[in-house]
Design a protein. Structure first.
Length: 309
């Protein structure tokens, strides 16, 4: 298979994996309390990271500092996402969290053209339709939590860029520290988790879901994304990864049995169209502002993509 097609296939597979993560998390939280799901998701990943660090090298002081801070914000994102998806549909969750791509430039730059905010308005209108009473699900706490998760995740993305700027930090080492920090944080929440003994009765399907969330949707996806972004343009990668909410919606409808109405389809289409439009405007402005520095626009675009998740 040619390199371009292989790279595109990896990026599309990533979008499918991330899109399916919302239904997987929702199903897992149906079987186990949310604090236990969060702890196990992090703990499984932390064990793999600690084993892999023996060959990859221990984190440096800067990597430990960055990873510790980002571990706190990443944990906040996962708390909101997991509680959110537990109380809304997987389709709603995947579409609403995609607003991160629109919110990140707002938090990162501040000054953007009017066309960008027009695209944001389209996204907001789409969310309003999606969570209306005639959509996939009536508006509720889960939808609001997912909106909060989108805001916090956008802040996390911006923070990644700020704390790693000018520092020689390795992505895997920073990710490993983040994962260990998250595992420790959620370990302290376990005593408050209702029904902790239910772990002894957890079925094989739920354990597979937890491993899938920890490794396929977490560590494996991060490494695959880094590999793919290095072999294609940021624009091409963003178009393929931007299909994530579509896969989330399809997973919810086709596998999760969630109801899809004409109003929900319209809302979903507006969210996807608005997100793509906002990305296009923001990317064009970034390219124009960096035109005086050869390669700066492409480098920044690739950096933004590698940390967008």
């Amino acid at each position: 298979m040619p390199t371009t097609r292989r790279t595109d296939a990896v990026l599309l597979a990533l979008a499918v994996v991330w899109g399916s993560s919302y239904l997987t998390a929702k199903t897992a939280t149906d079987a186990l309390p949310v604090p236990i799901v969060l702890f196990l998701r992090y703990a499984i990943g932390a064990l793999v990271c600690l084993a892999a660090l023996r060959g990859a090298g221990a984190p440096t002081r800067d990597e430990r500092r960055c990873g510790s801070l980002l571990g706190l914000t990443q944990a906040a994102v996962l708390v909101l996402e997991t509680y959110g998806v537990a109380h809304t549909s997987a389709g709603n969750a995947g579409l609403i969290i995609s607003l991160t791509l629109v919110l990140t430039p707002v938090l990162d730059r501040g000054r953007l053209p009017g066309r960008f905010f027009l695209a944001v308005a389209v996204c907001v209108a789409g969310v309003a339709l999606l969570v209306s009473g005639n959509g996939l699900r009536a508006p509720g706490a889960g939808d609001l939590l997912m909106l909060g998760a989108a805001v916090v995740r956008a802040g996390h993305v911006v923070l990644v860029g700020r704390v790693t700027a000018g520092r020689a930090v390795r992505p895997f080492q920073v990710t490993a520290v983040q994962t260990v920090v998250g595992a420790v944080l959620f370990l302290f929440l376990l005593p408050a988790a209702p029904g902790l003994p239910v772990l002894a009765r957890t079925g094989a399907v739920t354990w597979v879901q937890l491993v899938y969330l920890a490794l396929a949707c977490g560590l494996g996806a991060f490494l695959a994304q880094t590999w793919a972004v290095q072999r294609t343009s940021a624009t091409r990668a963003s178009l393929l990864l931007g299909t994530e909410p579509v896969w989330a919606l399809l997973a919810g409808v086709c596998l999760g049995g969630e109801r899809l109405t004409a109003l929900a389809v319209l809302g979903a289409a507006l969210i996807v169209a608005g997100t793509y439009g906002a990305q296009s405007v923001e990317r064009a402005q970034r390219t124009a502002s960096a035109a005086a520095v050869p390669g700066a626009a492409a480098d920044r675009a690739d950096t933004d993509l590698s940390r967008a998740r």
